[in-house]
Design a protein around this ligand. Structure first.
Ligand SMILES: [Cu+2]
Length: 150
């Protein structure tokens, strides 16, 4: 093994080690009653770094969590949980992610927003997606997008 290859391998190892050691884990709870009202995700708004993980905890039964159509960055994978099941998502791609509970979007607008890193370039698309949501959810998503800087 040449010194160059050795150094390259060591660098890659350090980077990989940092990506794992430096990534943070967050938790978002699906609740029938939260501090901000009935049928909510808490915290509703999260700002995280690329590579961080979020576990959506089905604290109360009968909720789901899934990405809002059109409200994730280009190249990111949509996600969707089973009803009443926890789901852990690693957010690798920077940008704005809207998510919702499919059971309670109409009656309660049960939704939330995660901003990964500092890339807000999908804000216009996110606003368009919010405009298509049912009225209660639309109001909530629009307020969250404002909070994100839109
Ligand atoms: Cu729900």
């Amino acid at each position: 093994m040449t010194n160059f290859v050795r150094a390259t391998c060591l660098g890659a190892l350090l980077l990989a080690g940092c990506a794992q050691a430096c990534a943070a884990d967050f938790e978002v709870k699906a609740l029938n009653r939260g501090t901000s009202g009935a049928f909510v995700f808490e915290p509703t708004f999260l700002k995280i770094a690329p590579g961080d993980k979020v576990t959506f905890k089905a604290v109360d039964a009968n909720h789901t969590v899934g990405t809002v159509r059109g409200m994730i960055p280009a190249g990111a994978q949509p996600f969707k949980s089973e009803r009443s099941k926890d789901l852990t998502v690693t957010f690798a791609t920077p940008g704005i992610y809207g998510y919702e509970c499919f059971v309670h979007i109409h009656s309660f607008g049960m939704s939330g927003l995660i901003v990964v890193g500092d890339d807000l370039s999908n804000m216009p698309a996110a606003k368009e997606a919010a405009a298509l949501a049912p009225p209660v959810e639309r109001a909530k998503l629009e307020a969250l997008l404002k909070q994100a800087g839109g």
